[in-house]
Design a protein around this ligand. Structure first.
Ligand code: FES
Length: 155
């Protein structure tokens, strides 16, 4: 009887330990990928370069990051693109004179809507999901595997 009770209590005590160990596998990270794109209406000169404020879960830790994105507006619709070059991950910038995004590392060039025009980048700049929430533009930031033709999110 004592052995049976000990086994039961041991199993009961192991539940919180297992939950703690398995937490990174079961935690939802969807909401931590979303950040508000903060800008004033007067700033709407496209493409608009913004820094997001993200708090993401990395295993048991919470990590603050500030990725750069570009916001484009067509009519009433907003689109967002990552500023990370899909070749090897440098940050692209907008060249006013050429009216193109230009990568400083290997001279990759992208059209105003992110299509790769020249240089080694294998695909367009990565589009990011957007949604409106309470009148605010929200952007879902993700990282994507570099130097592949297909856009694949990394975990
Ligand atoms: S990292 Fe951008 S062109 Fe190579």
């Amino acid at each position: 009887m004592i052995g049976l009770v000990s086994t039961f209590v041991g199993a009961l005590l192991s539940v919180p330990v297992l939950r703690y160990i398995l937490y990174p596998l079961t935690a939802r990270s969807d909401e931590s990928d979303w950040a508000e794109a903060r800008f004033a209406a007067s700033e709407i000169q496209m493409p608009l370069r913004l820094t997001l404020d993200l708090r993401q879960r990395d295993g048991w830790r919470e990590v603050d990051s500030h990725p750069v994105v570009y916001i484009l507006k067509t009519g009433d619709q907003f689109r967002a693109m990552s500023a990370i070059c899909p070749h090897l991950g440098c940050t692209v910038s907008w060249d006013m004179g050429r009216e193109q995004f230009v990568c400083p590392c290997h001279a990759g060039a992208f059209s105003p809507d992110g299509v790769n025009l020249s240089g080694p980048p294998p695909r367009p700049l990565d589009a990011l999901e957007t949604r409106m929430a309470d009148g605010k533009l929200m952007v879902r930031y993700q990282n994507f595997r570099p130097d592949t033709r297909r856009k694949e999110a990394t975990l």
